[in-house]
Design a protein around this ligand. Structure first.
Ligand SMILES: Nc1nc2c(c(=O)[nH]1)N[C@H]1C(S)=C(S)[C@@H](COP(=O)(O)O)O[C@H]1N2
Ligand SMILES: [Mo]
Length: 551
């Protein structure tokens, strides 16, 4: 390896030490306090909207993996640069490390749920990294000098003594004419020494990098594991819902191959959030504060909640980022506590019109106060499909509000409800250009057949789901090519707050490419708009369609 290569590698090894030490230091503090997590969260919060949607369009929900891989590449390039510009006299590389260490400290301590101790991982990491960088660069510089000295011929490198010149003259050797065997041996020895030292420097770099990477991984694993709440979650005994048990009538699920099940299994339920690592919130540490424009501030622990009577309700959640035909929608049975009752105990002021819910990691959603108090089943949910909430879906407590997109209502890991006004507070996505109000638009999806398939002429089952949460679905119509809109058959509707399955028998004749369209009409008789809209700022619209080849 050349001197430049060694310098660049020293920078990368030093960066590995920064990150590795930070991971270890973060174990007793928080896994979210490390430079990679803090920068990652900053990037998530500051990614321009158009770019975010473009990336998600490309890589889907692998966006978080892509973020970490890109950050790793940028860190390695910057670290190599730092190694190249580091000099003993003018330690520019160390300065670069220092600047990034400082930025990482700022990124960490300004996270919404950070404590001042969150400064330590980046601080100690940067300190260790700079120490290693300075040490390695000193050795590389010394090595380069030794190599240069050893490479120059012996007689010009070390002027011969007068005596040895005299000896050469007596021996008939012209000065500098023939190599002095002793000097040549000495040069060979110096070159061998340089080679040994080079191997040691390379070994030092590789060892530091590998140990740091290993320690970092162990630290991350340990930090996550020591906070992991899946053990306590498995032991939660959900209270039985008050009232008669919720039974989903069999007619709600047509059991057609390829059609989404009426209830979405937890494992298949879409997941959308800004959390780089799933927050691990123990029931012991959880509490909810209801405050702001209220007569009485309320603080509830999980044990306080357990004193109350829960209800079980069917609600279909939908993400505002769900494109026409997309799968960011799912239906579940939620066990929870009525938000209208809790809010009534706090006593919202008459001029309040919004509830800003906040999660443990700082995400916020702004729901119309009316939607939480108008009698619909707005819940503080603890159970999902008969299980405690999965950690990725908000364990131990989240919000579920029928009829509103998730970004304005479905706060997971919720710990704070502030009763306020839309003209006083802004929620996470509203600050980023999404609509303040997020009622779910009436929509539908064709689940089967799959688009672009080739099918035989004859009867083809076209089936899907339709939704207009809290208004219900009155009808679904299907159109083939430019034909008439024809009614689909509807499955039972156990709740107006959920999606509804539909099926249409298509007698396909005539070979060629056909387009199948669908559209839904809500419980108020309003048919979904044909006008195509993108997901930004308040949800996609337009009829779903697919093309089928009949052959
Ligand atoms: N804490 C937190 N809660 C959140 C979000 C988030 O980013 N953080 N995203 C919201 C959005 S945009 C949606 S669509 C729903 C998705 O809920 P799910 O992941 O359980 O399907 O959660 C909502 N609750
Ligand atoms: Mo969403």
């Amino acid at each position: 390896m050349t001197g430049r290569g060694l310098r660049a590698a020293s920078g990368i090894a030093a960066a590995a030490v920064v990150l590795g030490v930070a991971e270890i230091v973060s174990v007793p503090i928080s896994p979210d306090s490390t430079p990679l997590q803090a920068f990652g969260a900053w990037v998530v919060d500051h990614t321009p909207d158009g770019f975010r949607e473009w990336v998600i369009g490309l890589v889907g929900t692998n966006d978080k993996l892509l973020l970490f891989v890109s950050m790793g590449i940028v860190a390695a390039l910057l670290a190599a640069l730092a190694g190249l510009i580091e000099r003993e006299r003018r330690p520019l590389g160390s300065v670069l490390f220092g600047v990034f260490g400082l930025l990482a400290v700022i990124a960490a301590v300004t996270r919404p749920h950070a404590a001042w101790t969150w400064a330590f991982p980046a601080l100690l990491g940067a300190w260790a990294g700079i120490a290693l960088l300075r040490n390695l660069i000193r050795r590389v510089t010394a090595l380069e000098e030794a190599a240069r000295a050893a490479a120059t011929p012996a007689d010009s490198a070390a002027p011969q003594s007068a005596a040895s010149v005299e000896a050469d003259r007596l021996a008939g050797i012209e000065p500098g004419a023939a190599p002095d065997p002793k000097a040549a041996a000495a040069q060979a020895e110096r070159l061998a020494d340089v080679a040994v030292e080079r191997r040691q420097v390379v070994r030092g770099i590789v060892t530091a990098g590998a140990v740091a990477a290993g320690a970092g991984l162990v630290g991350r694993w340990f930090g996550l594991r020591s906070r992991d709440v899946s053990g306590e979650r498995a032991e939660v005994q959900l209270p039985p819902p008050s009232g008669p048990p919720l039974a989903v009538e069999p007619g709600a699920d047509l059991q057609i191959p390829g059609l989404s099940a009426y209830l979405t299994p937890n494992a298949d339920f879409y997941r959308i959030d800004t959390a780089l690592t799933v927050p691990q919130v123990s029931r012991e540490n959880w509490s909810l504060r209801i405050h702001g424009m209220v007569d009485r501030e309320i603080r509830l622990s999980y044990a306080d909640l357990a004193q109350r009577a829960p209800v079980e309700k069917l609600v279909t959640l939908t993400c505002v980022s769900n494109p026409v035909g997309g799968d960011l929608i799912g239906n579940a049975r939620w066990l929870g506590y009525r938000l209208d009752e809790l809010l009534a105990e706090a006593g919202p002021h008459p001029d309040a019109d919004m509830v800003l819910s906040r999660s443990i990691d700082g995400f916020t959603a702004g729901s119309p106060l009316a939607a939480l108090t108008d009698g619909r089943d707005a819940l503080l949910a603890v159970g999902m499909n008969g299980e405690p909430l999965p950690t990725a879906h908000g364990y131990p407590v989240r919000m579920v509000v029928p009829g509103l997109y998730g970004y304005v209502s479905a706060t997971k890991w919720v710990t704070d409800l502030e009763v306020t006004r839309f003209d006083r507070a802004q929620a996470y996505w509203t600050k980023r250009g999404w609509s303040e109000q997020g009622p779910i638009k009436t929509g539908c999806r064709i689940d089967t057949p799959r688009g672009h398939s080739t099918l035989k002429p004859g009867r083809i089952t076209v089936a899907g789901v339709a939704w207009a949460q809290h208004r219900g679905i009155q009808g679904v119509q299907v159109r083939i090519d430019q034909g008439e809109w024809q009614p689909a058959r509807l499955a039972a509707e156990p709740s107006a707050d959920t999606w509804r399955q539909w099926v249409f028998d298509w007698d396909a004749s005539g070979s060629g490419i056909h387009t199948v369209w669908a559209r839904a009409t809500d419980g108020a008789g309003e048919t979904q708009t044909a006008e195509r809209a993108d997901v930004v700022p308040d949800g996609a619209s337009g009829y779903p369609s697919l093309t089928i080849r009949i052959d």
